[in-house]
Ligand binder design. Structure first.
Ligand SMILES: Cc1cc2nc3c(=O)[nH]c(=O)nc-3n(C[C@H](O)[C@H](O)[C@H](O)COP(=O)(O)OP(=O)(O)OC[C@H]3O[C@@H](n4cnc5c(N)ncnc54)[C@H](O)[C@@H]3O)c2cc1C
Length: 459
């Protein structure tokens, strides 16, 4: 029956979806807010999945921020898990969902709708990709399936297809579980293609130090299974790798099928087209998170850099605008950080390859400088390696990459801030950064990198 209260329906209940729902309810408590999520869990950090699989996080509940009961009781938001939306009728403003537990169809009317359906792992169409022990890692359910398999089948050899941040975080997780691990990278670039090759090499050395076999330039032909439907071999031109656990970590693609069905604008790369207000081509429908793209604040171009932190911010903007406020999401500078064994790797802005692709006249400089003051006793003084990509014409920073053991994660945020503020390398070299021996040398590695970069720019 038609209710008089304004209705906001959100499809997808993780980072973007729960941010949108919570924000709208906070702004407009009288609004009826309903979240439809096809999985069993909502409001959890997929980013913690590697630590759940490694068993650092024992229980999947350790990844969950709040559950459906909390949202109902404390925030007044109806969260329906195991409800998959199958269709949107934009004329009648209806959403059709299937209750997956009861195989029942339910219809929800909306005044405002947010599509926060995220992304799905890319599943290469390879022979044997449907074998039983071929896994993906995206949702909490994926994490449970993989962890249960490790516990029950006690696999000893894992092959990870893909050498991006998730693939490498998972390499660490599987090594922690005692498996032998090979990481397979397709031809065309080094591991971690968002980093320059010389920086990625530092990570590759760390992988080798931790007995991870890195196989580059590999064209996978398929997976061979046994009579029980279990994969046993990864077949690469002329070679094969034994595996009793295969993890596909070759990137993700936006879930935009519902948007296409509803005839909303969808870009050629599959992202749902939104403006700065996260509004789709239909004024009552918003979209946010891994199902949409972003504007790159350095190049001004549309990009697809799916991140949990971005999904939360975009969801909040969608929720604001769906509940009558006026908010915008300006864009990203591609900031990322990850722990890979004992190293922290981080980046913001453009890599050299990206700067080439954007036709910048640029110069790079690399320094290695200690993470803290020499007067502070530290059993293992560690250098941070910093590479800057700089615009020769304007003197502005275009990008920064860092690899080190201590103090990398927060230092990259200084560069991210500088990039977002459009600072020149000279301006960065004059920043008033904090100093105390336990945390930094007199000349912080950021300032040293900027000074060295400046000399390179002026030479
Ligand atoms: C292993 C791993 C590590 C990561 N580490 C980091 C990190 O360190 N830092 C970082 O910033 N990001 C990280 N990410 C990325 C981050 O998790 C995502 O960017 C974030 O989860 C995106 O949130 P989202 O809400 O847009 O989409 P999702 O998390 O994909 O959530 C979308 C939800 O929509 C639901 N859904 C889809 N279609 C329907 C439908 N038709 N009906 C109902 N429900 C539907 C899905 O079930 C899903 O639960 C990591 C991701 C993974 C997998």
């Amino acid at each position: 029956m038609r209710t008089e209260r304004e209705r906001f329906v959100v499809i997808g209940g993780v980072a973007a979806g729960m941010s949108a729902a919570s924000r709208a309810k906070r702004n407009k408590p009288e609004m009826e807010v309903t979240v439809l999520e096809r999985g069993k869990f909502v409001s959890y950090g997929s980013c913690g999945l590697p630590y759940f699989v490694s068993d650092l996080v024992k229980d999947v509940q350790g990844l969950v921020v709040y559950d459906a009961t909390f949202f109902k009781e404390k925030r007044g938001i109806d969260v329906l898990t195991r409800h998959e939306v199958t269709r949107i009728d934009t004329q009648r403003k209806l959403v059709f969902a299937r209750n997956l537990e009861k195989s029942k169809e339910i219809t929800f009317g909306y005044d405002k709708l947010a599509i926060c359906t995220g992304a799905s792992p890319i599943q290469p169409e390879l022979p044997g990709a449907d074998l039983r022990n071929v896994f993906v890692i995206r949702t909490a359910e994926d994490g449970i399936i993989l962890k249960d398999f490790i516990g029950e089948a006690a696999p000893s050899m894992a092959v990870i297809i893909g050498a991006g941040l998730i693939g490498l975080e998972m390499a660490e997780a599987l090594r922690a579980r005692g498996l032998e691990v090979a990481v397979i990278k397709r031809p065309g670039s080094s591991i971690l293609k968002m980093f320059d090759d010389d920086m990625a090499e530092l990570v590759e050395e760390e992988l080798k130090r931790n007995d991870v076999d890195v196989v580059k330039n590999a064209v996978i032909q398929g997976f061979e299974g046994d009579s029980e439907g279990r994969a046993r071999l990864v077949v690469i031109e002329g070679r094969s790798y034994p595996a009793d656990l295969i993890l596909l970590a070759a990137g993700s693609r936006p879930n935009s099928a519902l948007a296409k069905q509803a005839e909303l604008g969808v870009a050629p790369n599959g992202t749902i087209v939104v403006d700065e207000r996260m509004q789709t081509s239909n004024r009552d429908i918003f979209a946010a998170g891994d199902c949409v793209g972003q504007k790159h604040l350095i190049t001004g171009k549309d990009v697809y850099i799916p991140r949990g932190t971005t999904a939360n911010k975009q969801g909040r903007v969608a929720g604001d605008n769906a509940s009558g406020r006026d908010d915008v999401f300006k864009g990203v500078v591609g900031t990322a950080v990850s722990k890979i064994f004992d190293l922290t790797v981080a980046r913001a802005g453009l890599s050299s390859a990206e700067a080439v692709g954007e036709n910048y006249n640029f110069v790079t400089s690399t320094v290695a400088h200690p993470s803290h003051g020499h007067t502070y006793p530290n059993p293992e003084p560690e250098d941070i390696t910093i590479k800057l990509v700089m615009d020769r014409r304007t003197g502005k920073l275009l990008g920064a990459q860092m690899v080190g053991k201590i103090g990398v994660a927060k230092r990259i945020d200084v560069f991210a801030t500088a990039l977002q503020g459009g600072m020149t390398v000279e301006e960065i070299s004059r920043l008033d950064l904090s100093y105390s021996p336990p945390f930094a040398p007199f000349w912080d590695s950021i300032l040293v990198a900027a000074n060295v970069g400046l000399r390179k720019l002026l030479s």
